[in-house]
Design a protein around this ligand. Sequence first.
Ligand SMILES: NS(=O)(=O)c1c(F)c(F)c(SCCc2ccc(C(=O)O)cc2)c(F)c1NC1CCCCCCC1
Ligand SMILES: [Zn+2]
Length: 257
Amino acid sequence: GPGDSHWSYEEPERWGEHYLACSGTMQSPINIETEKTIFSPQLRPIQLSGYSLPASKKLKLKNNGHTVVLELPESLAITGGSAQQYRAVQLHLHWGSPTTAGSEHTVNGKRFAAELHVVHYNTKYDSFKAAVAQPDGLAVLGAFLEVGPRENPFYQEILKHLRKIQGEDEEVLVPGFNIAGLLPDSLHLYFRYNGSLTTPPCFQSVTWTVFNQTVMLSHDQISVLVTSLQYDYGKPLQNNFRPPQGLHKRWVLASFE
Ligand SMILES: NS(=O)(=O)c1c(F)c(F)c(SCCc2ccc(C(=O)O)cc2)c(F)c1NC1CCCCCCC1
Ligand SMILES: [Zn+2]
């Protein structure tokens, strides 16, 4: 993978020793203090296009040793509540363990069971690689996952394959499905701030959209997520979240009052 990541989630405070951006002042994730957010009516609903993929479209699902990544075709696009268009790159998850929650962002100090990230790049750049280090290069949609009473059929399209990619660097092709089903129903209620990748190289190139409404998965689905994957030959891949970073001079905007 990029830069052959010898970093780990055991010592995130040491990432800056090898990746200078990780010590920056616009880092992610953050704790969102809702009382300090600013209502911004110009933040329009997020619009998805091309998110519903036929089963005939095969997508690569990979355990990269840090998370499970579903590669996405560039035909998926969003207008991120502004005029700018972004194209999809990949989606992945952050989670905890059977006894701990694992979202990256927190809200008023609350950590959720898990967090989905859908990574996109700004179409003003002609490739993801050209965009990844630009201040306006990336847009990541973040959604919190919680335990609810019913199985979520959309997450099942990913979770049912995890036992086939238990080991680091294992990958499998999975049938396409409606990727929008992984996101909350209401795409008009979200927090917005400027931040970074939450993993080395920590580039400060991400316009973050963190949805206010959560997504519900069954207890068994969350259990499959937190127990299926391994890294470094047999270590459980768990608690793959970076702790909250300082807000410094940033403000968090809200699309709602
Ligand atoms: N929250 S996040 O978006 O910052 C993020 C993480 F927190 C992540 F932890 C990850 S996975 C770690 C980076 C990585 C390692 C190996 C490989 C590979 O072998 O293919 C690929 C990537 C991860 F992939 C991402 N997203 C990536 C950022 C890393 C480099 C560019 C790839 C697209 C977005
Ligand atoms: Zn992520």
